[in-house]
Design a protein around this ligand. Structure first.
Ligand SMILES: Nc1ncnc2c1ncn2[C@@H]1O[C@H](COP(=O)(O)OP(=O)(O)OP(=O)(O)O)[C@@H](O)[C@H]1O
Length: 360
């Protein structure tokens, strides 16, 4: 089972141009800042919005093709859609909400299949209740059950944890982990949370301004342990040379390829001495524009070469200054709010660094 999406659409001034494949079964996450086009993309896949051009193919079946004038109706797409606000039918009991899903299945699930799903969702005791008497987590379990009973070939989950508190969210996370293994269907998840995405997904696509942008989304980086939170931290190590000693201002200038860094003159150095500069990624600040009136001289023009999403909700940004790489660590929400991508030019402010003599 696989999903292939190649679509172009525009609403007012927003342009969507998305192209991705979801491999067989497993969970693919669409991750990105607010307004990047995640909901638009899954609404198009579900058939709720018709794109201007493109193709959507699910398990070899063309759901949409502008070229071939194919546009399968939403209810015939065999897609289970779980919304962040649950969207249960308020006038139907839990049981009838679930059966509504089963009615949409091509081959109705047997009583055994329905009962085992009810057990998996742990909702036996809720069957006669109405949605208004359910907690958020319970409503979400019913919504997931309703979607699964429709015998979907693809499950779409739009921020399924958004309305849940921490404990209920953990229940739903575990449930999705189970569903991912038990039901061999592709799952497409929309989420703002990099830790949820990393926990659940086999594949992640980062969206920015209606496009999928290159990003390396990984669970850890090989480097020094960060004692503050138990994760790993990558320090930048740069080979440099003492280029100038400014005795009047008590500063030394360290040169490395095309970069220069200034540091207070504490230890005696000689011009021409080789040193290693070490920069903690948390001591690097990024700016979209060159800044003036700073209390540091250490502002370097750089290009973003790699973006790695890491737990917990952080991003490592690799920056090329000349031909030297410096790493910067920022919160993922903050990073996404800046709309930065690989290839963008930025200004890097190094607030602190250490230097070691190279003993030959
Ligand atoms: N019906 C509409 N009319 C006009 N603009 C729309 C419409 N639907 C979506 N948009 C615009 O398309 C862009 C993408 O919206 P979309 O809802 O897909 O973003 P999103 O990534 O899902 O955001 P969020 O994470 O906040 O839900 C936004 O700029 C939005 O304002």
């Amino acid at each position: 089972m696989s999903l292939s999406v190649k679509i172009k659409h525009n609403i007012e001034s927003f342009d969507l141009d998305i192209n991705f494949e979801s491999s067989k079964h497993g969970l693919t996450a669409l991750f990105g800042p607010s307004g990047s086009g995640k909901s638009l993309t899954i609404n198009i896949i579900a058939g709720l919005i018709t794109p201007k051009t493109g193709t959507i193919i699910l398990n070899g079946q063309i759901l949409f093709s502008s070229e071939k004038s194919i546009n399968i109706a939403t209810h015939k797409r065999r897609i289970g859609y779980v919304f962040q606000d649950f969207r249960l039918f308020p006038h139907l009991s839990v049981k009838k909400n679930l059966l509504f899903g089963a009615k949409r299945a091509r081959i109705s699930p047997t009583d055994d299949e329905t009962n085992s799903l009810i057990k998996l969702l742990d909702i036996e005791h809720l069957l006669d209740r109405y949605p208004k008497h359910l907690s958020g987590g319970e409503k979400q379990r019913i919504a997931i059950g309703r979607a699964l009973l429709s015998e979907p070939q693809l499950l779409l989950l739009d921020e399924p944890f958004a309305a849940l508190d921490h404990h209920r969210k953990e229940d739903i996370l575990k449930l999705i982990e189970t569903i991912r293994v038990k039901f061999q269907i592709p799952i497409l998840l929309i989420s703002h949370s990099i830790s949820d995405v990393l926990r659940l997904s086999n594949q992640v696509h980062l969206l920015s301004s209606g496009r999928i942008v290159p990003a390396d989304i990984q669970t850890n980086l090989v480097s020094l342990p960060d004692s503050a939170n138990g994760t790993l931290k990558t320090l930048s190590r740069i080979n440099g040379v003492i280029e100038e000693i400014d005795v009047k201002n008590q500063l030394i200038r360290i040169g490395f390829n095309e970069g220069r860094l200034w540091k207070n003159l504490i230890t005696r150095y000689s011009v021409g001495e080789n040193v290693v500069v070490k920069i903690d990624p948390d001591d690097v600040i990024l700016s979209l524009h060159q800044l003036s009136h700073l209390t540091t001289l250490n502002q370097l023009k750089a290009k973003i070469t790699k973006v790695s999403f890491v737990p917990i909700n952080h991003v490592y940004i690799s920056l090329l200054v000349g031909c030297t790489t410096i790493h910067c660590r920022v919160g993922s929400d903050l990073y996404m709010s800046l709309g930065l991508c690989v290839g963008d030019e930025v200004y890097t402010i190094v607030t602190r660094f250490s230097i070691d003599r190279v003993v030959i």
